[in-house]
Design a protein around this ligand. Structure first.
Ligand SMILES: *Cc1c(COP(=O)(O)O)cnc(C)c1O
Length: 369
């Protein structure tokens, strides 16, 4: 009997996305093997962090790299590093920021729950722009002697009321302000592992437990050597602000294996596969009464992968919420996410095996047919 059976936990067929609340992603065998390998013995954890970081930097064409306990922890440590630099006395003092540059500039339109990871360092968030527009001069004006960094969130929140990341980078570079890019869910495309930093961002921060399919409690920070060098002493195992965000030797080894795997994946084949799944779904679902199925692209995180949106007419057999509930309560348990349309449900192939895409299809046909 497995742990889930023992505890009475029902496995979930995840048709949403790489959501942390559903377990993030499923680790491929080579990642599990790397974690098991790392679990064999004691090591010098800081030495391992440095050596794994050097490998990750080389693999991703970056100056330096760091394994955090998640993308959110990566934000915390990168912000801390911008405040303290290499100064251990300042690290001891956090989250008291007295005497430090402690202003983080952010687009008002980028504000989201993950910025708590920056706020916990004791910084002031300085918003620029409105919910609908921001002018580059507002960034010029916001930068002053207290500015520690600019925090850019890449994803659903970007591209609406901001201006291009390259403009942010150029303005910040001319004033000596680091730019931190939260790119937690910005894989694929795989090139993003070096794209943001090659644009001039000081670092880019990725979740290890999303599409990389590394350990769920891992994150990858790539970027400038000075920043990563200042992140390490701010993090575990040092008694610093990052001490509660422990990264184990197993997570470091697992993330390295995950990045190696990701770099050799046939991403085009993977995209073709997801397109084929969505096409099959569209045919099956559009044959159902009072159901309209459409291809959605890109997906909710802006990843260049397709998904399917089911739109249920008022006289369909179930409402969107009833359908979602029946899927969740059925056997097997299938979880799908509502779309922006009140009667729309998204089905995402990226977190499904081939067998599961067929199960999802059959179950929906059964419920709505
Ligand atoms: C998922 C996500 C995070 C958090 O990533 P973790 O690895 O779970 O800590 C942060 N920012 C954004 C934009 C995300 O999508």
């Amino acid at each position: 009997m497995g742990i889930y059976e023992e505890l009475g936990i029902r496995p979930v067929i995840n048709a949403t996305a790489t959501l942390t609340k559903l377990g993030g992603s499923v680790m491929p065998p080579e990642v599990v093997a790397a974690m098991q390998d790392a679990a064999r013995c004691f090591v010098d954890l800081e030495d391992l962090q440095v050596k794994v970081g050097a490998k990750l930097a080389e693999l991703t064409h970056n100056e330096s790299a760091y394994v955090s306990s998640g993308a959110a922890a990566g934000i915390t440590l990168a912000v801390a590093a911008c405040l303290t630099g290499a100064d251990r006395a300042l690290m001891d003092r956090l989250p008291n920021t007295a005497g430090m540059k402690d202003e983080i500039i952010v687009f008002k339109s980028h504000r989201n729950g993950y910025d708590h990871a920056a706020r916990m360092v004791g910084v002031k968030m300085i918003e620029i722009g409105t919910a609908t527009h921001t002018d580059p001069t507002e960034l010029e004006t916001a930068i002053n002697h207290k500015t520690a960094a600019f925090l850019w969130f890449q994803g659903g929140m970007s591209g609406r009321a901001d201006f291009p990341l390259q403009t942010v980078i150029d303005i910040c570079a001319s004033r000596g302000v680091p730019v931190l890019v939260d790119a937690a869910a910005q894989l694929p495309p795989v090139e993003n592992l070096w794209r943001f930093t090659q644009m001039g961002a000081t670092c880019a921060i990725f979740s290890g437990g999303k599409d990389l399919r590394g350990p769920q409690s891992s994150g990858l920070v790539v970027g400038k050597k000075w920043l990563i060098d200042a992140m390490r002493p701010n993090g575990n195992p040092n008694a610093s602000i990052g001490r509660p965000m422990k990264v184990g030797k197993e997570e470091m080894a697992g993330l390295l294996a995950a990045v190696k795997r990701y770099l050799t994946l046939d991403h085009e084949a993977r995209c073709r596969r997801d397109e084929a799944v969505v096409a099959t779904w569209l045919t099956a679902f559009n044959a159902l009464p009072n159901v309209h199925a459409v291809r959605g692209y890109p997906n909710e995180a802006g990843q260049p992968l397709p998904r399917c949106e089911l739109l249920l007419a008022p006289d369909a057999r179930l409402t969107r919420d009833e359908l979602a509930q029946r899927l969740r309560e059925g056997d097997p348990c299938i979880v799908a996410m509502g779309s922006g349309n009140a009667n729309g449900l998204f089905l995402n192939p990226m977190t499904l095996t081939d067998d599961q895409t067929a199960i999802v299809q059959a179950r929906i046909v059964e419920l709505l047919g």
